[in-house]
Design a protein around this ligand. Structure first.
Ligand code: ADP
Length: 871
């Protein structure tokens, strides 16, 4: 390094601190990159790679202009990179030697706050996972809105599922999990975001971390009641401090929640049900979110997405939301008036964040002001409705009138985008500024009148007063007129081809006054603006609270708007065990279909006699749509929305599991069948009697017998042990026999009829089993050659007659001898004791014979247990 130029040496020492980021090194009007950064950036950004004399060698270099840097930064961030912005921190003209430079901020995918780099309707979460996988915690922060959520979890699987609900842009993993390579890799495939294991050496000592947390979250740090929570929040905060290098005043609340307060939806359920994106294409359009989103503000849209990711379990909260939706839905005129007013409210959360960062400009403050001014009339409408829920919503809104007034008084109506060139502060706001502006105005007036005066005095009609950057103001006389000019009246300044330019001492004096006043007023304006912004920054907590109320109101009115338009009804959500949907519809399929074409269907389930609905019917008959529609209706009910049905009674469901469709988990690198089994396992292991399980064509991914055997075993297990409400669709007609042996299983089928030898799908789910397979008809409809169809009919007949013989003969593989029912918690106390004893036996330190004796004893105890009937 010794032979490099001082500047390159400076570069290298700064770069050493940010090895994982592109270092944007400010050099005059450019950000330059050197060495490997330069090569990589040239490639990623498609800009020219040059080189520069670095002393001992030429070093690769490329650069982007300072004023357009943001678009380049955005491109790098979108590709998952980090960018460290290194500025000159002293005036180059004052510097001795190399100008001092420092990194002022590291922009990373999860810490973006720039409007252009964000999706308006999406949160931008940075998620921290901490712990060892057994006891863990998660912290999720959106710096662009100032929200921060934390929770405690057990198990690595749950941790990833919970992380997925945030759709994070960036993930940090710390603690023992960071050393678990498989977990790190799994996180990055499952979450599809930039994942960085945190190097513990970079973290401050625990005591310091705690001090920082107390300082940042004065009201909420005491919520960090476990080492994992403290650790997760601490890692988050230290990362933000290290990258943002400023006080983050808009980040002052910690929202701690308990995952058990919300319906659990793992990411496969979320994906399969297309809650926020479609399976194919991953688009918002076509998802439930897309359908329900009639919000008028970006804040509302983001909150809706969070609600969808976390349906409620608390009946009181659900009813409170429903009450508000009902109030709006019952008064379409009010609804419309509220919507119009909401549309006038800008993104208060993100404006607040920019204010905290000191990057908000005059336009942001004006947008803030206009938004705040819209609040009183919004409140008024809600109060006038006379409906208690809406009145109390209104009462919680603080319109922050003082903030609006300050902006109104201080900032001009239509400010420029930049805050450093004046024109931002209103006349009359500050007397000093008014005085400077008066001087400028008078000076300019005098100069403007000068032209007229001098024309009169000299008699030169074409004389004019102009301005240029080099010479300032001048008087211009054409060559032809020079002879009319009295000798010595002006001082010559510049000669042009056919004119001369002059100045006078008085003109120069006036000019000096004007320019000086201008310079001083620009500086003053900037100071005043910063003061206003600072004063508003003090009020950020109030603005954020208002933003939250507005967002909430917006989501509720959005639910009402869709419910009205699509004729949804208020479901009766109850603690009981009955699930009843009369004439239910799939909200999205219905919406994209021609109106009136969707065929409504009933669902009736309970825990006693109708726990499992076994759905049969040919492909394309509507089985999977029926199952999804049931899950979606439950979710809609638990987020507080109305539902597409004529009537619905929904029990509070704690988890929904899905095994739907045959979409390969290509990104996860697992085969279809493996995914199928993994999802099924999840359901069997974790579901409770309050859960809802959708199993679509389980066993299809393997050979027939194999698959059918598995399918039956799974149904039996769900029936006897899991006890969750389950919709189980299958094309194995043989399984319908289970109705006889499993008391809580009921057959239903998707009805089809034959018309002129062709199959017609009615999309109606009716009691009983489907009586035959319509596969051949479907094939016919798909246009398979007639020869294939007729041959298939012959083969089918033969197979059917053969299986009839088999059914009466000895060798029936599927007699559906259902496994005897056994209650949950099947292990007896004695069995448990045996296992405990076995686990506590120290094999290494006991003589082998003693161990043999011990095993013998255990066996004896178990056999006794068996004889006594397992109890
Ligand atoms: P299966 O799971 O039985 O193969 P699907 O549920 O995928 O069948 O449904 C097949 C198609 O039938 C869907 O794409 C949908 O367009 C249509 N469909 C399903 N249910 C209904 C219904 N209730 N009303 C109208 N069309 C429906």
């Amino acid at each position: 390094m010794a032979n490099y130029t001082p500047m390159i040496q400076q570069y290298l020492s700064i770069k050493a601190e940010y090895p994982d980021a592109f270092l944007f090194f400010r050099l005059g009007d450019f950000y330059e990159m050197f060495f490997e950064d330069a090569k990589k950036a040239a490639e990623e950004l498609e800009i020219v790679l040059t080189s520069r004399d670095g002393g001992k060698e030429r070093v690769p270099m490329c650069g982007v202009p300072y004023h357009s840097a943001e678009t380049y930064i955005e491109r790098l961030i979108n590709k998952g990179y980090k960018v460290a912005i290194c500025e000159q921190v002293e005036d180059p003209s004052q510097a001795k030697g190399v100008v001092r430079r420092e990194v002022v901020r590291v922009i990373t995918p999860g810490t973006v706050i720039e409007e252009q780099m964000l999706e308006e309707k999406e949160n931008n979460f940075l998620v921290v996972l901490a712990g060892d996988g057994h006891r863990s915690a998660l912290a999720a922060c959106d710096l662009s809105t100032g929200e921060c959520h934390i929770t405690q979890l057990e198990g690595a699987e749950d941790l990833l599922d919970e992380a997925a609900t945030y759709h994070p842009r960036e993930v940090l993993i710390s603690g023992a999990l960071a050393r678990d390579k498989a977990f790190v890799k799994q996180s990055s495939t499952r979450l599809g975001s930039v994942v960085t294991p945190v190097d513990e050496e970079e973290l401050p000592p625990l005591a310091e971390m705690e001090r920082q947390l107390r300082e940042q979250f004065p009201e909420d740090w005491s919520l960090l009641t476990s080492p994992e929570l403290t650790w997760a929040a601490g890692v988050l905060l230290s990362y933000l401090r290290r990258t943002q290098k400023r006080t983050l005043r808009h980040l002052h609340r910690l929202h701690r929640y308990d995952v058990r307060r919300y319906m659990m939806l793992d990411d496969s359920a979320r994906r399969n049900l297309e809650l926020t994106t479609t399976i194919r294409g991953g688009k918002r359009q076509g998802s439930l979110l897309w359908l329900l989103d009639r919000t008028a503000t970006a804040m509302g849209s983001r909150m809706l997405k969070r609600w969808l990711d976390k349906p409620l379990l608390d009946l009181k909260e659900i009813l409170a939301r429903q009450d508000a939706v009902e109030a709006f839905a019952g008064d379409p005129i009010l609804l419309e008036e509220v919507r119009t007013r909401l549309k006038g409210i800008y993104d208060l959360e993100r404006i607040s964040a920019r204010i905290a960062y000191g990057s908000a400009n005059g336009r942001d403050l004006r947008s803030l002001c206009r938004s705040l001014q819209a609040v009183p009339s919004l409140k008024e409408k809600l109060v006038q409705s006379g409906k208690p829920v809406l009145v109390s919503l209104a009462e919680r809104m603080d319109p922050c009138a003082d903030v609006a007034r300050l902006v109104e008084e201080a900032i001009v109506e239509d400010p420029p985008a930049t805050v450093k060139e004046g024109g931002v502060i209103r006349d009359g706001y500050d007397s000093g500024l008014d005085e400077l502006r008066r001087i400028q105005r008078e000076g300019k007036d005098w100069i403007a009148r000068l032209e007229e005066r001098e024309r009169e005095i000299t008699g030169i009609k074409s004389l004019k007063v102009g301005y240029n950057k080099v010479f300032g103001y001048y008087i211009e006389v054409t060559k032809a007129n020079l002879r009319h000019l009295p000798e010595g009246r002006y001082q010559r300044k510049q000669t042009l081809a056919n004119a001369e330019r002059f100045i006078t001492p008085e003109l120069k004096e006036r000019e000096r006054q004007v320019l000086e006043a201008e310079e001083r007023s620009i500086a003053l304006e900037y100071r005043l603006f910063a003061e206003v912004r600072e004063a508003i920054a003090e009020q950020i907590p109030r603005l954020q609270a208002l933003a939250e109320e507005v967002a909430r109101l917006d989501v509720l009115q959005s639910f009402a708007a869709v419910s009205l338009e699509r004729e949804y009804v208020r479901p009766s959500v109850e603690e009981g065990g009955e699930l009843l949907i009369e004439e239910g519809r799939h909200p999205v399929v219905e919406a994209v279909m021609e109106s009136g074409r969707y065929v409504p269907n009933d669902v009736r389930m309970d825990g006693d006699r109708r726990q499992i609905l076994l759905i049969t019917g040919p492909n394309m008959a509507g089985k999977s749509t029926y199952m999804r529609q049931t899950a979606l209706i439950v979710i809609m009910a638990q987020i507080g929305c109305f539902v597409p049905a004529k009537r619905a009674v929904i029990p509070v469901v704690d988890r929904i599991f899905t095994r739907i469709g045959a979409a390969d988990d290509l990104t996860g690198g697992r085969s279809t069948f493996m995914v199928e089994m993994a999802e099924t396992r999840q359901a069997l292991m974790q579901a409770t009697p309050s859960s809802l399980i959708l199993l679509d064509e389980v066993g299809r991914g393997t050979s027939t017998y194999d698959g059918m055997a598995l399918a039956q075993a799974i149904v039996e297990y769900v029936h006897n042990h899991v006890r969750a409400k389950t919709l189980f669709s299958t094309h194995y007609h043989e399984l319908t026999g289970l109705e006889e042996s499993l008391s809580r299983l009921v057959n239903v089928h998707a009805r089809c009829i034959e018309k002129e030898g062709k199959v017609v799908f009615l999309h109606r789910i009716e009691p009983g089993r489907a009586d035959r397979s319509y596969g051949i008809h479907v094939a016919e409809r798909a246009g398979l050659p007639e020869a294939v169809i007729s041959r298939a009919r012959v083969i089918l007949e033969e197979l059917e007659s053969r299986s009839e013989t088999a059914a009466t003969g000895q060798l029936n593989l599927f007699q559906f001898m259902a496994e005897p029912e056994r209650e949950k918690g099947e292990m007896s106390a004695k069995e448990k004791q045996v296992i405990e004893d076995l686990l506590s036996w120290d094999v290494l330190r006991t003589p082998p014979l003693d161990t043999v004796q011990f095993l013998y004893e255990l066996q004896r105890r178990l056999r006794d247990d068996e004889k006594s009937g397992g109890r």
